[in-house]
Write a protein that binds this ligand. Structure first.
Ligand code: NAI
Ligand code: MG
Length: 354
């Protein structure tokens, strides 16, 4: 056991099911903290679409400053009917990811025993890979505009930006991760149709691969890659993609692994100059908000990624083992996993395994 350590965590539960799942994730971290001599100072921030409806902004002007020296950020989900999704994304999530240079978005995908995949004849060992998504630039840029609005001549343009520095650092992150796993990286590209940025991405990928002679590489255009995710999920170990491609693949990944309710995401600032941010992949799920049935596992897995990032690999493994045991058994599974437990029962089952 390491000596006692205290971490200061900025908690942004957000909207809808973000709040109850984060509450359960915190209970799990408190429990694992007891086992490892870790304690937490949770500081809550109410930034959300609800905050927006009262203040016309998603977070206060000095919001980023207020959390820039925390050890990590734990986020639920933002988004609510009535507030356009680009407001919640560009008013909160994207500023956080960019200001804190969380350029590596890591999304592990695993099929757990006890959860059925929509794919026929796949076993848990067939689906176990990590999506590494570029999280700071690429297709998600605010450069562009519209002219001649509302006329027949209306023109819209949106600029994609790939920097050498930005592409290289995410590729390096993926190769480093692959060297610690089974040693295989797949690159998502579209260098046939997208004639400037994607050939550049391929070129940087080929150069980076020379620095990692022990890592096996391959690449697929994004269209056939989505088909391979469905038909041959066992081909993949680390999959690296641009902001847009990584985003698409990281919803497809959890879908083939059964439910988006269990998927977790880490927005990492690898240099450690700023806090990294941990969140479930799912959104605020307005369709089930207030029913107490949201699956807390995505938030709990995100909590495991957070404790791993803070230096406690074994604590991470303990949480993952507890999740595995609960989804393997018939008790403690929420409806989206084929059970009838509510949010709290599911989290309690995981906590009692710890
Ligand atoms: P969503 O992930 O909120 O929901 C999609 C479907 O999955 C819904 O039927 C929902 O009930 C179900 N679902 C999601 N999480 C679940 C869980 N933990 N347990 C059980 N079922 C679960 O995505 P949707 O409906 O596209 O977006 C809803 C709102 O969330 C929008 O405003 C969107 O912008 C926002 N959103 C926010 C994200 C974030 O904060 N990172 C990510 C994705 C969406
Ligand atoms: Mg997405």
């Amino acid at each position: 056991m390491k000596p006692s350590k205290k971490f200061k965590i900025a908690v942004i539960p957000g909207d809808g099911i973000g709040k109850p799942v984060i509450e359960q994730g915190i209970m799990v971290l408190e429990r694992i903290g007891d086992n490892y001599g870790i304690s937490f100072d949770w500081e809550f921030f109410g930034w959300s679409c609800q905050y927006y409806s009262e203040n016309d902004i998603m977070m206060p002007a000095d919001g980023l400053n207020a959390i820039s020296s925390h050890d990590a950020i734990y986020l639920g989900a933002v988004g609510f009917p009535g507030v356009p999704d680009h407001v919640s994304l560009w008013g909160l999530l994207i500023p956080l990811r960019r200001a804190f240079q969380q350029y590596a978005c890591i999304r592990p995908v695993r099929l757990f025993e006890g959860i059925s995949s929509p794919l026929a004849n796949v076993r848990p060992e067939d689906i176990d890979f990590v999506i590494v998504r570029e999280n700071n630039e690429g297709e998600y840029s605010e450069i562009g505009g519209r002219i001649f609005q509302g006329t027949e001549n209306e023109i819209v343009s949106q600029q994609t930006l790939f920097s050498k520095k930005g592409v290289d650092r995410i590729l390096k992150y993926a190769f480093e991760m692959a060297s610690k796993r089974t040693g295989k990286v797949t690159s998502a590209t579209k260098s046939n149709g997208i004639m400037h940025t994607m050939p550049f991405w391929d070129e940087r990928f080929a150069l980076m691969s020379k620095e990692y002679p022990n890592v096996i590489t391959n690449q697929f255009h994004i269209d056939i890659l989505t088909a391979h995710f469905v038909q041959h999920p066992d081909w993949f170990d680390v999959v690296v993609g641009s902001n847009l491609f990584g985003d698409i693949l990281s919803d497809l990944g959890p879908a083939i692994a059964g439910t988006i309710g269990i998927a977790a995401s880490a927005n990492i600032n690898p240099e450690g100059n700023f806090p990294s941010m941990f969140e479930p992949v799912h959104g605020s799920a307005p369709d089930i908000t207030g029913q107490g049935i949201a699956n807390p596992i995505g938030a709990i897995w995100a909590a495991a990624l957070m404790i791993q990032h803070l230096g406690y690999q074994e604590a991470h493994n303990d949480i993952m083992d507890a999740i595995e045991r609960v989804v393997r058994s018939s008790n403690g599974k929420t409806r989206d996993m084929g059970g009838n437990a509510n949010t709290k029962m599911c989290a309690d089952a995981i906590i009692s395994e710890l």
